[in-house]
Design a protein around this ligand. Structure first.
Ligand code: HEC
Ligand code: HEC
Ligand code: HEC
Ligand code: HEC
Ligand code: HEC
Length: 370
């Protein structure tokens, strides 16, 4: 009883409604950052802007039975009705006319994450109560006439701020639907150094600076080329066969979300002609009784061929390479596994059906190697 009595005020504190300045307010002074941000999945994470998220929500049992939009905790956390949206049976449903529900993971929301509370099912973001004071990492900064600044380098530039939403999400069967490895010590890189690199352009319009932190969040929907340096391919000739070695320098698996289907496509140019070799599927499939199932019904990992964090994988092909041949290796993916499109009604969706290109590398076989 005692623990429940303590838990209720804690939950109220964590999920209490907060008011966040709309991202549009930041535009006048942080124009470059604002423009980068508006194109991202963070800005477009609501069911009204992300058609894939909307399609999954449409099928979700919580939508049908409980009318509890529990996804709001991470997909529209700046909503003024957050508490109502994630509560059960209260008739409060996502509302396209409510501007705070269109904000996604807004500027002010992310910049007010004070700490992360670790949880078994998922982590929770603890939001600073002071409204117009934002966490930042600049060593020294020009005074902002609009807001106060709280310097918190460690929490922000280490990527700790990302793991309230990205660390893991477990379903009622205890299966981790999605998880991102946060152990970044190996190569001194982290979520922020890889996904928010420094680029040219001023932090604000009031005080010209040479560079700022890129807020376009390269990922699977956009700016893939900013991440392709973290994955490399090598060719290992082995007599009548050869191997393609994939080297993943990212701390987490490639293609994190269980809907994705990553493919490795290889073709060899020999004497002016291309020979296409069998495509490899690299994906983590979740399901039950050996069959693929949606996240809310999945009890186990049915298959996992996804390239893991820091993994080096050798994939072999039955093909004899000769000196002068060129091996072209392409990695890319479908955001939604083509097998799931029909069930989700996404056959017509351009973004869901497109093969998104990640990286192509052409390797010439010289005499010594072959
Ligand atoms: C704990 C935080 C969290 C909760 C709660 C959550 N999500 Fe997500 N969701 C994420 C993160 C983080 C990503 C991005 C992961 C990635 O790209 O690998 C994501 C991505 C997605 C995507 C892929 C979108 C795309 O365009 O590719 C879908 C679909 C999705 N979520 C559906 C849902 C649904 C439906 C719910 C509610 C039933 C939900 N999520 C609840 C964190 C969450
Ligand atoms: C009236 C102008 C103005 C507006 C509006 C404004 N800012 Fe700023 N902000 C500034 C200035 C000036 C700086 C300091 C930049 C520098 O030192 O080069 C700054 C710095 C920051 C920093 C970095 C702090 C640090 O020291 O690392 C953050 C984070 C930030 N602003 C977030 C926001 C957010 C979020 C919004 C919208 C809700 C916003 N700002 C709106 C002027 C503004
Ligand atoms: C409030 C929750 C939340 C926080 C905090 C958060 N994210 Fe996300 N992130 C999401 C959700 C939800 C999605 C998926 C949105 C969608 O596709 O509908 C996402 C998507 C992404 C993507 C994929 C973009 C793409 O193109 O597919 C990247 C990369 C990412 N986040 C990086 C970060 C980094 C880096 C941080 C920390 C600086 C961070 N996120 C903090 C919720 C969050
Ligand atoms: C060493 C660089 C590196 C680090 C560190 C890193 N990532 Fe990534 N991330 C990548 C690469 C490479 C991809 C693959 C992009 C693609 O497939 O288009 C990726 C993809 C993603 C995606 C999209 C996956 C999907 O299936 O939609 C998300 C979300 C993401 N990272 C979040 C994070 C978070 C959160 C952290 C910190 C806990 C992090 N990343 C740390 C390099 C990195
Ligand atoms: C998902 C979380 C997230 C969102 C959303 C986000 N930021 Fe940031 N922002 C960060 C992190 C993390 C840093 C620190 C990066 C570092 O230390 O390398 C940062 C840095 C900054 C800085 C410091 C200056 C710089 O370039 O390093 C400013 C200013 C800023 N953000 C403004 C904004 C504005 C304005 C928006 C919306 C248009 C926004 N941020 C959206 C996480 C976020």
């Amino acid at each position: 009883m005692k623990s429940i009595a303590l838990l209720i005020p804690l939950l109220t504190l964590l999920f209490a409604n907060h008011t966040f300045e709309p991202s549009e307010t930041c535009k006048s002074c942080h124009l470059t950052i604002y423009q980068e941000f508006t194109t991202t999945q963070h800005a477009n994470a609501s069911i009204f802007k992300d058609e894939i998220h909307a399609a999954v929500w449409k099928k979700h049992p919580k939508n049908k039975k409980l009318s509890s939009y529990s996804c709001a905790k991470c997909h529209t956390p700046a909503s003024e009705k957050l508490e109502g949206l994630i509560g059960k049976h209260n008739g409060i449903v996502p509302d396209a006319k409510e501007p705070t529900e269109l904000e996604g993971i807004s500027c002010a929301y992310c910049h007010r994450i004070e700490s992360i509370k670790h949880g078994r099912l998922m982590n929770v973001n603890v939001i600073a109560t002071e409204e117009k004071r934002y966490f930042g990492t600049l060593k020294s900064s020009f005074e902002s006439p609009f807001h106060r600044i709280k310097r918190d380098g460690a929490h922000f530039n280490s990527g700790n701020v990302c793991i309230g939403c990205h660390s893991h999400k477990q379903n009622k069967f205890g299966l981790n639907v999605c998880s991102t490895n946060i152990d970044n010590e190996l190569e001194k890189s982290n979520c922020v150094s890889c996904h928010m690199p420094k680029v040219k352009g001023s932090v604000s319009t009031l005080n010209p600076t040479k560079e700022h932190t890129f807020h376009g969040f390269p990922g699977t929907h956009s700016h893939q080329s900013m991440l392709s340096q973290y994955v490399q391919f090598e060719i290992k000739p082995e007599g009548e066969r050869f191997g393609v070695r994939i080297i993943n320098h990212a701390s987490h698996a490639l293609s994190l979300h269980p809907m994705r289907l990553m493919e490795l496509r290889v073709r060899v140019l020999h004497a002016g002609h291309y020979t296409t070799l069998p495509t490899q599927h690299l994906a983590r499939v979740i399901g039950a009784e050996g069959k693929p199932k949606p996240p809310w019904l999945a009890k186990e990992e049915v298959k996992n061929t996804a390239i893991g964090g820091y993994e080096k994988r050798l994939i072999r092909y039955d093909y004899t390479l000769e000196a002068g041949d060129e091996v072209e290796v392409t990695m890319g993916y479908y955001l939604v596994n083509p097998k799931m499109l029909k069930g989700l009604g996404l056959e017509q969706s351009a973004v869901a059906t497109k093969f998104h290109h990640f990286k192509t590398q052409t390797i010439k076989i010289n005499k010594k190697e072959s």
